[in-house]
Design a protein. Structure first.
Length: 105
């Protein structure tokens, strides 16, 4: 049903690649959105959160269009999108932690 990958040929079904792109989005983006919500509730400026989420959007597009959709799914955007998403998540979490430091210590 479109989820077949021929490992001997190194080719992937386009439907399978699109499904994986959607599932990868669903694995990462909700976590970033929840952390962004917590950051906003803790007083992080909205402008900072908007820039971080815009960066996340650009990285996710790069991950799919310049990574997964390239031949053999090995485009440069794949690594940039994945590691960039992790950096955005860590940055928002760190910034939110910085804003609640007075409550922690």
């Amino acid at each position: 049903m479109g989820d077949k990958v021929d490992t001997t040929q190194g080719t992937a079904d386009p439907l399978y690649v699109a499904t994986r792109a959607q599932l990868n989005f669903n694995e990462n983006v909700p976590l970033v959105l929840v952390v962004s919500l917590l950051a906003e509730l803790n007083g992080v400026p909205r402008k900072t959160i908007n820039y971080a989420l815009a960066t996340l959007f650009a990285l996710r597009v790069a991950h799919v269009e310049f990574g997964l959709m390239r031949p053999k799914s090995l485009g440069l955007g794949r690594g940039v999108g994945f590691y960039g998403t992790q950096v955005v998540l860590a940055t928002i979490a760190g910034y939110a932690t910085y804003y609640v430091k007075d409550y922690l210590f």
